[in-house]
Design a protein around this ligand. Structure first.
Ligand SMILES: [Zn+2]
Length: 175
């Protein structure tokens, strides 16, 4: 059984925008189709969307794999920007499954959607720890493809060249 972690959060500045966002997100998630063991994570996502503290739209119990979460979230966030042109919001989505990890974050301000998607085809977390002694070695935010990392505890050299993330930045003006 695969374990999926999905965390989807969009934060608005007022309750009215958040309520409208919930409706837009529901309508955008629900018809998406991803074939995953005959389940439909997009329907589960729509069914479990919740508003917290009046201004936060979220779900965190769903079963998208990372690639599908990335694709679905980008579609929903674009739909939110189109449907809520006069509003500002921040978003943060992250997901992992057995093999891969991904996240999407950014904001919508003054009609400009600034979105960065990061996908790790080979996973992310396992590269944070030394394979020899388990000590934390390096955070992937500091990833440098030209460097070899060394565990501070046991001196094991760690090659991160197979863990290169696919990063896509989008800047979209909604008019
Ligand atoms: Zn070590």
């Amino acid at each position: 059984m695969e374990i999926f972690t999905n965390d989807f959060t969009v934060t608005f500045t007022n309750a009215a925008a958040t309520n409208k966002a919930k409706q837009i997100a529901d309508e955008t998630f629900r018809p998406l189709r991803y074939d995953l063991y005959n389940e439909q994570p997009s329907i589960l996502a729509a069914d479990t969307l919740t508003i917290e503290n009046d201004v936060t739209l979220t779900f965190y119990e769903c079963c998208f794999d990372s690639a599908d979460l990335l694709d679905a979230s980008r579609k929903v966030i674009k739909a939110l920007a189109l449907g809520l042109k006069g509003e500002d919001f921040d978003f943060s989505v992250c997901g992992c499954d057995t093999y891969t990890e991904a996240w999407v974050d950014g904001n919508f301000q003054n009609g400009v959607l600034d979105m960065t998607s990061t996908f790790f085809p080979e996973g992310y977390s396992e590269y944070l720890y030394c394979p020899e002694c388990g000590e934390a070695v390096v955070r992937m935010e500091d990833y440098d493809p030209n460097a070899t990392y060394v565990c501070p505890e046991c001196g094991e050299e760690i090659d991160l060249s197979s863990a290169v993330p696919v990063i896509e930045k989008e800047l979209i003006t909604i008019c």
